[in-house]
Design a protein around this ligand. Structure first.
Ligand code: GLU
Length: 430
């Protein structure tokens, strides 16, 4: 192809990636590329994923019928090492969504200095409608479809939305059965009994609060007595809420998929946990008022933790957020337009690729422990996690101040520079 023909297609969004979340990821990247100062050819390499696999997963349901679910795995960049990222089960999973999330994993790993590139996968299904055995069959068949592209030195899956340690144990077992011996390092987020790491389930939530605490200090206030609202009371949000409360903060509202609860005096999280276990939800918790998810986001507070899912703060509600600080525990919860509105309103946003990176950080510790067959205790994990998170926050904050960038741009610019330097050194094969 002539260079003229190459220019004609350069930068066009391939139709299979035309998804609102991928547009957000691309918009963020394009916005940061100039500041990162990387060459056009490097920029072009980073805009689209290296590899994507689309599979059909037939599953025998409990009633004897067969259902076929679409599944994907996208590897954005393997420049820094094997690709790394979660697998989600959700009705909204698309190839484009996985591509956006894979790109964010590249930036997240690069920002923390982990020797990984980014990946993400998922199956489009309603996980709540599947029984445990149906989920096991789905997971095992999905894993076997992924065999050509995953591996402990190639691509290492982990939990994400609606997947957990049990899902990872099935993936690990399916892979291990194929190669003929136990390979714990093929996935992270496993149960302890098969090579998981202590603190991995809590790592994302703990990391969120480590970053919030550091940011709050730099802003000149403290978490003691701070009013915190947490959207999403799941794997990330529930731990973040507990960690905030442990630092003296008042958690005034939380939500799950059905809606939120609010108590201006603060929620008793231990009692809420017991209520959740008893009733299966947070609704009706004594002493709280019911709020919708939309109302919860607009509550007056000091810290708003977004730990539910993507595209929650948009053009429509960014003007109504009344928090002093927003922390992204989920991936992609703020749209490009919302980012601009929050910036104009002087509300700092702690970006996802920094704030929720505690999960992949402890995944990295798990993988290292598995490879060494040598396991660390909780104190060592917490200390190492704290060092990584605080160091990343320090670098992002310093760059944001030095180059007058938002925290998101500063995080992206650092990550892009790191990946670009590796790309330049490695060059293009052949
Ligand atoms: N799914 C998590 C994330 O979005 C963790 C990924 C991992 O541990 O590999 O960061």
């Amino acid at each position: 192809m002539s260079s003229e023909a190459a220019t004609a297609v350069r930068g066009d969004l391939p139709p299979e990636l035309d998804d609102p979340l991928f547009r957000t990821a691309l918009g963020q990247l394009d916005g940061a590329l100039e500041r990162a100062g990387v060459s056009d050819s490097v920029a072009e390499v980073l805009r689209f994923p290296e590899r994507a696999l689309s599979v059909a997963i037939p599953v025998r349901l409990d009633d004897g019928t067969l259902a076929v679910f679409p599944g994907y795995r996208v590897q954005h960049s393997s420049v820094l090492g094997p690709t790394k990222g979660g697998v989600r089960y959700d009705t909204a999973v698309t190839l484009g969504e996985c591509a956006a999330l894979a790109m964010w994993m590249t930036w997240k790993c690069a920002l923390l200095g982990l020797p990984y590139g980014g990946a993400k996968g998922g199956v489009r299904c309603d996980p709540r409608s599947l029984s445990l055995v149906e989920r096991e069959r789905l997971t095992r068949r999905f894993t076997s479809e992924l065999l050509p592209i995953i591996g402990p030195q190639r691509d290492i899956p982990a939990p994400d939305m609606a997947t957990d340690a049990q899902t990872m144990a099935w993936m690990m077992d399916t892979y291990s059965m194929q190669v003929g011996h136990a390979v714990p390092e093929i996935v992270t987020g496993k149960p302890l009994s098969v090579g998981g790491s202590v603190l991995r389930p809590e790592a994302t939530g703990i990391g969120v609060v480590m970053v919030v605490e550091g940011a709050v200090e730099r802003l000149g206030w403290t978490l003691d007595g701070a009013r915190c609202v947490v959207q999403g009371f799941g794997k990330v949000g529930a731990i973040a809420a507990a960690e905030l409360a442990a630092r003296g903060a008042r958690v005034t509202a939380v939500s799950d998929i059905e809606g939120g609860i609010h108590a201006e005096g603060g929620l008793d999280l231990a009692a809420l946990d017991a209520w959740l276990r008893e009733t299966g939800g947070i609704a009706g918790f004594e002493g709280s008022q019911r709020v919708t998810n939309a109302e919860l986001l607009e509550l007056d507070c000091d810290v708003l933790v977004l730990a539910a899912t993507e595209r929650q703060v948009t053009e429509a509600n960014a003007g109504l957020i009344s928090a002093r600080l927003v922390a992204e525990g989920a991936n992609g919860p703020t749209t490009l337009e919302a980012d601009e509105i929050l910036f104009a309103r002087g509300i700092p946003v702690l970006p996802d690729i920094l704030t929720n990176a505690g999960g992949v950080a402890v995944s990295y510790f798990e993988w290292v422990q598995d490879l060494q067959r040598l396991f660390w205790g909780p104190d060592e994990i917490r200390t190492r996690l704290g060092d990584l998170m605080r160091d990343a926050l320090e670098r992002v904050w310093a760059l944001a101040e030095a180059e007058e960038l938002t925290l998101r741009s500063a995080a992206l610019v650092q990550s892009i520079r790191h990946v670009a330097a590796a790309l330049q050194s490695r060059g293009v094969y052949p």
